[in-house]
Design a protein around this ligand. Structure first.
Ligand SMILES: Cc1ncc(COP(=O)(O)O)c(C=O)c1O
Length: 415
């Protein structure tokens, strides 16, 4: 443990290492990774031998998968697989170009129409990843004449998009409407404002107070964009996301991804047709990157259809999440403010978090260790997330493992 603490401390110091050679940091970093791997406590870039959805094979062992965003369990659904295969047969493997020039297809447009209808907006455009969707929205809308105002816990893609855009970036305290009001009050009336929040926060699993945020935006004439990456398929009527969860109308833009409930990769933004057209022509990640490939579009389109035909998936997902949240709390774990299938289990400092992760894997449960800088120092957690297709035995196996390891490492008291 002491050795691990030393290695982690060295890693934090590393970022401050200066000097002419930009490769210098990698040499020191290599030693840390090497030592972690040797001690078999390195937890990133772990290759799964198979990923069947609710379970996976890791190091030759079947594990319950609590580390994925496959919320509706559709990545291995035979109908989704077949749709992707058929799209490759019909259209090939790639469009090899930007949407602007040669990379647009009827497949993109069909999916865009379906998404706009589902979210309840005039229009939609799809991007090659969810990450690029945020980059595209922010680089298109926040020029020198506008500022982006972000929740401090917004996803990295929103922050990266805001930094890449030419406008100034301001931030407000997480889910704090009064702080948003304070920040907006300080902005020059001639400057445009785009407020961007996550609908469901990807590490905390809590939900943005959208009605109050929207009211505050309207008070200041600001536009509001909501990243519903973890909300589509998860909350709201039939999985329609955060605005629907609050029965709210008037959110200006809804961003989403296909890499979670929609069993593919890709991203989208829904809104008014003029704004979407503008984003298509000005978002740098749309203009300067090749378009979403045929099998990815087909898989997302099929998953969107299934999600609507089989609402039991969204319902089952919520039931699983409620069960796990309740049972983990009963065992004595701190699961924060989670209200969704993203449930962080707080573990504390970095070495303990890594050790907890390792012991859980050995017990046959795969989770995601979340460490600084994704969270504050010594606020490590194991991010768990659930699927509609987990079975009761998977959930109970996970709870047994959490109890055993939690007691062994002193994170919870022995019962
Ligand atoms: C809130 C949020 N937005 C955007 C993204 C990026 O999406 P993608 O992984 O599909 O590029 C993620 C991915 O984790 C996310 O959690």
């Amino acid at each position: 443990m002491a050795n691990m603490e030393k290695m982690i401390a060295e890693r934090f110091e590393l970022e401050r290492l200066g000097g002419r050679d930009v490769f210098a940091r990698s040499r020191v970093f290599w030693k840390t990774i090497d030592a972690l791997q040797e001690s078999e406590i390195y937890s990133y870039f772990q290759p799964l031998e198979r990923n069947d959805g609710a379970t996976a094979i890791y190091n030759g062992q079947t594990v319950v998968m609590l580390g994925s965003n496959n919320y509706l369990g559709l990545t291995t659904d035979p109908r989704v697989r077949e749709a992707a295969i058929a799209a490759v047969r019909e259209h090939g493997t790639s469009f090899t170009g930007s949407r602007l020039l040669n990379g647009s297809s009827v497949l993109h447009e069909q999916l865009e129409a379906k998404l706009a209808a589902f979210v309840g907006t005039e229009s939609c455009t799809v991007f090659t990843t969810g990450y690029q969707a945020n980059l595209g929205v922010l680089t298109a809308l926040c020029n020198e004449m506008a500022v982006s105002v972000l929740d401090k816990l917004d996803h990295a893609s929103i922050l990266d998009g805001a930094r890449m855009a030419k406008g100034k970036v301001l931030r407000f305290e997480h889910n704090d409407v009064e702080d948003l009001d304070r920040v907006l009050s300080g902005i020059d009336p001639d400057v445009g404002i785009l407020v961007v929040v996550d609908g469901v926060y990807s590490m905390e699993g809590d939900i943005a107070p959208l009605p109050e945020l929207l009211e505050t935006c309207k008070k200041h004439g600001a536009r509001l964009a909501v990243d519903d990456a973890h909300a589509i398929g998860v909350i709201g009527k039939g999985g329609r996301g955060t605005a629907s969860h609050f029965q709210l109308k008037g959110v200006d833009l809804t961003v989403g991804t296909f890499s979670k409930s929609l069993a593919s990769i890709g991203g989208f933004v829904c809104g008014d047709k003029q704004v979407i057209k503008y984003i298509q022509h000005h978002g740098r990640s749309m203009l300067f990157s090749a378009s979403l490939a045929p099998p990815n579009i087909a898989a997302a389109t099929k998953a969107l259809d299934i999600m609507q035909e089989e609402p039991w998936r969204t319902e089952q997902l919520a039931e699983h999440a409620n069960y796990m949240r309740k049972e983990l709390r009963l065992l004595g774990f701190d699961v924060g403010e989670s209200l969704t299938p993203v449930i962080p289990v707080r573990t504390g400092n970095e070495p303990l978090t890594i050790l907890f992760w390792k012991c859980l894997v050995e017990e046959g449960v795969y989770t995601n260790p979340v460490l600084y800088p994704a969270v504050a120092r010594d606020q490590g957690a194991l991010r768990t997330s659930y699927m509609a297709t987990h079975e009761q035995e998977h959930l109970d196996k996970a709870l047994d493992a959490f109890k055993t390891v939690g007691e062994m490492l002193g994170v919870i008291n022995a019962s």
